[in-house]
Design a protein around this ligand. Structure first.
Ligand SMILES: [Zn+2]
Length: 123
């Protein structure tokens, strides 16, 4: 064996404290922001990892992407809910201004106090 090969070291796993030989490279994408249109700004880093840590890095990367999608979906739902609430409040205010009739709840609406009693009974 030549001296060069004898001194050569196989790359080691990039996970701190591991030190096992690299099995493969894993792309880790770090989001720049959590907004819905930030995919283009992700920072992609290739990390050499041993077999065990590569699998863990890939699992964590999938979980991060999933959490990001969930956050984006929840943000959209919250935005729609806020818009709907604002619109309904505006409609209610308009109805109160333009009508001499009192604004009544629907006939099948359950009063709030009765709702809390129903919850206690079913719990
Ligand atoms: Zn490792």
């Amino acid at each position: 064996m030549s001296g060069l090969l004898a001194r050569a070291r196989w790359p080691r796993c990039g996970v701190r404290g591991c030190g096992a030989p690299v099995d493969r490279f894993v792309e880790v994408r770090l989001p720049a922001t959590w907004t819905t249109d930030s995919h283009g700004n992700d920072l992609a880093v290739l990390v050499g990892a041993c077999r065990r840590d590569a699998a863990d890095l890939e699992r964590r990367q999938r979980a991060l992407r999933s959490a990001r999608r969930d956050l984006q979906a929840l943000t959209r739902a919250l935005s729609v809910a806020v818009e709907t609430t604002t619109s309904l409040r505006w409609d209610l205010a308009q109805a109160r201004e333009t009508s001499n009739e009192p604004v009544l709840a629907p006939r099948d609406a359950v009063p709030l106090t009765a709702r809390s009693r129903q919850r206690e009974i079913t719990a």
